[in-house]
Write a protein that binds this ligand. Sequence first.
Ligand SMILES: O=P(O)(O)OC[C@H]1O[C@H](OP(=O)(O)OP(=O)(O)O)[C@H](O)[C@@H]1O
Ligand SMILES: NC(=O)CC[C@H](N)C(=O)O
Ligand code: SF4
Ligand SMILES: [Mg+2]
Length: 555
Amino acid sequence: MAATTSAASAAAALTRRHDGHHSVFPAFSVHPPEPSRLFLLKALPKPYPFLCHTYPIAASSRRCMLPLTPHAALVDPSHAFLSADEDKPRDECGVVGIIGDPDAAQLCSLALHALQHRGQEGAGIVSSDGSSLHSATGLGLVSEVFSDPATLAPLVGEASIGHVRYSTAGAASSLANVQPFVAGYRFGKLAVAHNGNLVNYRNLRSALESKGSIFNSSSDTEVILHLIATSSSRPLLARIVEACEALEGAYSLVFLTANKLFAVRDPHGFRPLVMGRRRPTGAIVFASETCALDLINAEFVREVNPGEVVVVDSRDMSITSLCLMPSKSRKACVFEHVYFALPNSVVFGHPVHSSRYSFGAALARESPAPSADIVIPVPDSGFFAALGFAEASGLPFRQGLIRSHYVGRTFIEPDKEGRNLAVKLKLAPVRGILEGKSVVVVDDSIVRGTTSSKIVQLIKAAGGAREVHMRIASPPIVGSCYYGVDTPSSEELISNRMDVEGVRQEIGCESLAFLSLESLRGVFADEAHMFCDACFTRDYPVPPRNQEVEQLVEV
Ligand SMILES: O=P(O)(O)OC[C@H]1O[C@H](OP(=O)(O)OP(=O)(O)O)[C@H](O)[C@@H]1O
Ligand SMILES: NC(=O)CC[C@H](N)C(=O)O
Ligand code: SF4
Ligand SMILES: [Mg+2]
């Protein structure tokens, strides 16, 4: 009975992803601002709470106007949004910034849709009409948050920033943590969207709180706004740089004011951030991945460089670029290429599909499976590595697992029963392809091993395969990430608990091999030292800071 209930709840939870693949976006039309909407908190019907805000820019008080938007007030505690599946490396956030286009917010929503794979907990857009900021944020997928054209309609203006969230710090289910954040400070309003994670945010927050700052969210990102607001530097650019100098860890940021868009990348360049230009209007676009540029007809111009601040002024569309932060060794996240980014994106100057293909080909050379009959990919992110494996080994490539389009990248269900069902719902074996065969199964990574062990069972029991040889197109994950990927704690990582033979036995396959670290690095050749691979090596470019800052209790 309990199992049935658990299975039913897992199925219900999983199918909530359905809308994400069949969303209908509103036509590109700019609605005139409605004066009655000023300062109007607009709560749309469940299942997802929403917020629409209009912020006057002109405010200039002697004190900073923090706290931030009063999102928390609208959170319905009874609404338990998709809690994250702790079993997976959760995706990370995606950011977008557009300036110089009359359809800025609509384009932003499309770009966020292209970045949906980077975060599915919440989405938001803030626009500027030159004097006011307008904001809409909500929990859930982009298609859910912006399903009603009335949510986008108030987001007028020719500039906007957007965010899709997967939390690294601060509760996933809290609307208060959904970005972009908007804050008032001495010289007006400022919005920010952040991809990454700050390793020293607890210390920064504690220091700010001891000076009187009041925080509205539990997200690390909020400290950035407080640092900017409390900076004594001028102009805003100098405040942003001063704030960033206090940050440790990973941050690809976009900021929006009444008439400026800022794009900033941390000095190591952990997370991607690219700049493009829309062909039809000449609008400047910033996005986490090039797939977002492609969708909105923007040409790739270049990456925002590590440590760089790019400022675009809407009044004359002038672009200023400053490398103001002290230079540090480049440490681009290699896991973007292994798993996170979409294969049609070019990340850190390398096409993702091509690096995944090369990982698979290298794996075939160093760990072949000569007795196997066919190679099958674990969809989606194992696809190109499996293709590379098959072509390098001369084995036929077959689609032996079909992936449901209605189940997202990650899914909820904290208990084992639910997880088993989740894999069953997501992946189905094709018996006609697998029956009686010796099969090489290629996936991009193993985190806790749940997916792999369930796949082996599926392929053998339901698919009728004779043998399963697992090949993983990345090295064993032995360390948690502190730079924007919410991997489980190191104790939960299966390769941190046992050696390859132990993992093989746990998964139940005939053979198991991971790509070696040397081969992973070999794919990037001379550039390998410019990549972070700490989750495979525990060689952390920025030391993680685990110390908890004592919570002060007022008596
Ligand atoms: O060892 P585990 O804890 O099971 O996690 C590893 C699996 O999770 C990821 O897939 P995911 O389903 O998140 O996304 P995808 O559909 O994009 O491959 C990854 O590609 C592996 O298949
Ligand atoms: N994955 C991310 O980039 C998350 C951004 C931010 N640290 C948050 O938790 O919201
Ligand atoms: S630790 Fe791993 S996931 Fe995190 S930034 Fe480094 S390579 Fe990427
Ligand atoms: Mg997968």
